[in-house]
Design a protein around this ligand. Structure first.
Ligand code: CP
Length: 321
């Protein structure tokens, strides 16, 4: 594996899930694989789970880890080519990436969407510069349009908790006070479309995900109707993807608190499990009683971030040998 970005990068999902199970059963079995190898984790944005789970996964595999917070511990980096660098950015990615790559064997990058320029974000301009100029395997730790480590952990969690062979999984938009990227719902949709589940997406009008990720998923604008009989409810906020109206890209089109997942929403499901990638705004995205219920999977889901990261790093290390 040279990059981890799309669901296709992991190959056969059944094999990947089997491998995740093996890793979870004995996460230290491949301790020799990463000996004398170094992974660099580059963060342009904040993180709790991704930062910790990636470091833990790398340590399980015997790797050294270097974590760099861009702009806080490093120089501020310019990301656009062809600009006159007379502002506060002291160094360009064009030099910084090959320098960082010279100190490591694998690079993980977190760089959120700016949400002002759809073309720049959806071209994955920053991640692609890492792929182009590092010459090293690159893992998206949530880039402008995708969060594959999260989606893989979500799929592992669904596999562990499902009670039927082909569960109904509903991705529901929920309100949030800030404008958020589409990376998590994009990847979740992409991975659910590839998995053996009955997948439905529900959101207010204007929040349609890019067809590249939504694929052939069923879209239901009536949230209650979408949730009927669901086995898993995956809540997430995202800003306008700008599919129907590019001028609205990154905007908040709705703060309708009627979309907050509460007991009334869960009551129409098939005693569904509740999922969210975290961090979550309580009583905006989900009511306290739903997230605190025994059917909430938010903690095991976060714990599985270590497993998804480890499978990805293990495969990359095996290919480096
Ligand atoms: N879910 C997730 O990626 O969490 P962090 O932003 O804390 O890494």
């Amino acid at each position: 594996m040279k990059t981890f970005f799309n669901v296709q990068d992991i190959g056969d999902l059944k094999k990947a899930l089997e491998e995740a199970k093996q890793v979870k059963e004995n996460r230290f079995a491949w301790k020799k694989l990463g000996e004398n190898k170094t992974i660099m984790l580059v963060f342009f944005n904040n993180s709790l789970r991704t930062r910790l789970s990636s470091q833990k996964a790398a340590q399980n595999l015997g790797m050294n880890t270097i974590v760099l917070n861009i702009g806080q511990e490093s120089w501020k980096l310019e990301t656009e080519l062809g600009v006159v660098m007379d502002g506060d950015k002291s160094e360009h990615l064009r030099e910084a990436i090959p320098v960082m790559a010279s100190y490591c064997d694998i690079i993980g990058v977190r760089s959120f969407a700016g949400l002002t320029d759809r073309e720049f974000d959806y071209a994955e301009t920053i991640l692609n510069q890492f792929i182009k100029y590092s010459g090293k395997p690159v893992i998206s730790l949530e880039s402008a349009t995708v969060h594959p480590c999260q989606a893989f952990a979500d799929l592992i969690t669904i596999e562990e908790y499902k009670k039927t062979a082909r569960p109904k999984v509903v991705l529901t938009w929920a309100p949030h006070p800030k404008s958020l990227p589409q990376a998590v719902p994009n990847s979740f949709a992409e991975w659910m479309n590839a998995a053996d589940v009955d997948f439905v997406i529900t959101h207010p009008h204007g929040y349609e995900l890019d067809p590249k990720f939504a694929g052939n998923a069923r879209i239901e604008y009536d949230q209650m109707k979408a949730l009927e009989g669901a086995d898993f409810v995956y809540a997430k906020n995202w800003s306008c993807p700008g599919v129907t109206n590019p001028e609205d890209y990154g905007k908040i089109l709705s703060k309708d608190m009627g979309w907050t997942v509460d007991a009334a929403h869960m009551a129409v499901t098939n005693n569904a499990y509740f999922m969210h990638c975290l961090p979550v705004r309580r009583n905006m995205i989900v009511s306290d009683d739903v997230i605190d219920a025994p059917t909430s999977l938010v903690i095991p889901e976060a714990a599985n971030r270590e497993i998804s990261a480890q499978v990805v790093m293990k495969r990359i290390l095996e290919d480096l040998e």
